[in-house]
Design a protein around this ligand. Structure first.
Ligand code: PBG
Length: 346
């Protein structure tokens, strides 16, 4: 093919692409790859959600294989074993008995309620654990919503008043971080002011800033029996079609005193993680939610994906997009996998 040959020949008569920049040089060995790796994933980046209930047995959650509703005793055991693997933080989600549910969700600020007791026990048994509580009325609402309902409407400011009481109640019990997941307007500033006025200036707020009205929460609602009692959550959770709006939510929460911001769900919203990362300098979390977990589990159980490889790749993608913290039901398992990898490479 002479003159028009796509490749030249070098002096040793071997084909030669006259290419000086060769990115593959930085991939040629595990040593080089490790040296230039841009992101890392460690157990300390993971925040483990824990479902708890009043019963003293452990109940499997059918749509979330491998996840259970813990008794308080098994919650402590679970936290101990995760701490031993390097997971340092935990967020509690209670399943509340139907007869304790009400429209105002008063049980949410009962100082003898399940969550305050769980927080106290955890801080006593495992003082080094970072304990995060979810602030929202849905587990306590007989309407199955995150706020107080009047004539089919989810009231904003009346709900914020309830959330303040819930946050203060959790702070009194010893929570390190409160995490409002309700998406009411103005709740971060209101909760911050209430905590500060009562001397809880040290309690942090992790705001679910961009929480979407997503179909990926189904298995979580099975776990807590918290499916909306009527309608959907579209008047408070965000429209999945919107990206810029997430930046508005994030900057409001930052201005109102949030210490960390969260995007939820995870994988379908990586663009939102990336955009907020570049707009706000606060630490960021992402929630790898129940539906995402269920999809991975189902495919893994079918033998259609390599669970460990796909999960670790997914978690790394959150870090690459800009998340510091990842809430995931895989926290403990991933920590074990990371530890195994460490052991086999040294
Ligand atoms: C509710 C809340 C939800 C989740 C965390 N907090 C569900 C909802 O908004 O209905 C979902 C988490 C998951 O799906 O893993 N305040």
């Amino acid at each position: 093919i002479g003159e028009n040959a796509p490749l030249a020949m070098n002096d040793f008569d071997k084909p030669w692409v006259k290419q000086m920049a060769r990115p593959r040089r930085n991939r040629k060995s595990e040593g080089i790859r490790a040296m230039v790796r841009e992101t890392s994933l460690t157990a300390a980046n993971l925040l483990q959600p824990l479902f708890i209930h009043e019963d003293d047995h452990v109940t499997e959650i059918e749509s979330m294989p491998g996840c259970v509703r813990h008794s308080l005793a098994s919650m402590v055991e679970e936290v101990r074993s995760s701490l031993a693997l390097g997971v340092k933080s935990f967020v509690l989600f209670p399943k509340i008995a139907d007869d304790l549910k009400s429209n105002f969700g008063q049980e949410a600020h009962n100082e003898h309620g399940l969550v305050p007791r769980a927080v106290k026990l955890l801080k006593k048994e495992c003082p080094e654990a970072v304990v995060v509580t979810d602030i929202a009325l849905d587990p306590y609402s007989n309407m199955g919503h995150d706020g107080v309902v009047v004539e089919g409407e989810i009231l904003n400011d009346v709900t914020v008043q309830q959330l303040i009481m819930q946050a203060v109640c959790h702070a009194r019990a010893g929570a390190d971080v409160v995490a409002p997941s309700d998406m009411m307007d103005g709740r971060i500033g209101a909760i911050r002011k209430a905590l500060d006025a009562l001397g809880f200036t040290h309690v942090s707020i992790l705001s679910y800033s961009a929480k979407y009205a997503s179909a990926f929460y189904g298995p979580f609602r099975d776990a807590l029996d918290s499916h909306p009692g009527f309608g959907d959550k579209k008047t408070y959770q965000m429209d999945p079609a919107n990206g810029r709006e997430a930046l508005i939510e994030a900057s409001l929460d930052a201005a109102e005193g949030a210490d960390m911001l969260m995007v939820k769900p995870g994988l379908p919203y990586l663009d939102i993680v990336y955009r907020i990362r570049h707009a706000v300098d606060l630490p960021m979390a992402v929630y790898h939610v129940s539906g995402e977990y269920a999809m991975l589990k189902a495919a893994a159980q079918k033998g259609w994906i390599d669970e460990k490889a796909v999960v670790l790749e997914t978690l790394l993608s959150f870090r690459r997009a800009g998340a510091d913290v990842i809430l995931t039901y895989y926290a403990k398992t991933a920590a074990q996998w990371l530890r195994d990898a460490e052991a086999s490479s040294s």
